[in-house]
Design a protein around this ligand. Structure first.
Ligand SMILES: [Zn+2]
Length: 222
């Protein structure tokens, strides 16, 4: 069959050589009916249509969703500790090499963030530590003039007013309230308790066992 070397574009109504038309198997001529120039002009206009743009955006969103990197799992405590140990080690090697020599000599790890992190995690998982943190907060607030919630009133067995009156009676001579800390006459560690219901709690946090000490002394005792 003899194929014509030129073809007419029905859009721009020009007769153009065959290479000015895209190939298209679905057409009997094997070429697109419109010329390349008209085809790309149409494509440019088509892609500006609001519905087409919305559809493309949706397709891209889906594509991104399918190809998104899986979210990294949160690190376990052991992983965090390991990473912190490595960071500590690098820091010591760089800035405080004598700390690493100490490790070699005494076989003890230098105190760094990893140590603190591990200790804090240990405390956190200890119900008593949490209880003491909250109890100390309630006591400090009472000293500042706040009242207890019903729960803390029951746990301590006295009111915030009674506590404040008692503590102010123990205010060291020449100190203001800003310069003191609440101290346990007999240290907390001497009392056995885990939960507020345990008898050791009421004993450790009894009025008789609480007093104010100058902040500097308190730190010495701790
Ligand atoms: Zn054309």
């Amino acid at each position: 069959m003899d194929t014509p070397t030129r073809k007419r574009c029905p859009r721009c109504k020009r007769i153009k050589p065959r290479d000015q038309f895209h190939r298209n198997r679905r057409q009997s001529s094997g070429l697109s009916s419109w010329c390349k120039k008209c085809g790309s002009a149409y494509g440019r206009w088509y892609r500006t249509r609001a519905d087409v743009r919305a559809r493309n955006r949706e397709r891209e969103r889906l594509w991104r969703m399918m190809h998104r990197k899986p979210r990294r799992l949160p690190m376990t405590l052991e992983e965090r500790l390991q990473r912190q140990r490595e960071q500590d080690h690098r820091r010591y090697a760089l800035h405080r090499p004598e700390q690493l020599q100490r490790v070699a000599r005494y076989g003890r790890s230098p105190r760094g963030k990893a140590t603190r992190l591990a200790r804090r995690a240990g405390y956190r998982s200890n119900p008593r530590y949490r209880l003491e943190e909250l109890a100390a907060m309630a006591v400090r607030r009472a000293l500042e003039g706040r009242t207890f919630t019903r729960i803390w009133r029951e746990r301590f067995g006295f009111s915030a007013e009674a506590l404040r009156a008692h503590l102010m009676g123990t205010l060291p001579e020449g100190c203001t309230v800003d310069e003191v800390e609440v101290d346990h006459v007999r240290p907390k560690r001497g009392f056995a308790y885990e939960r507020p219901e345990d008898p050791g709690f009421k004993a450790a946090w009894s009025l008789a066992n609480l007093r104010l000490l100058p902040a500097a002394w308190h730190r010495l005792r701790a």
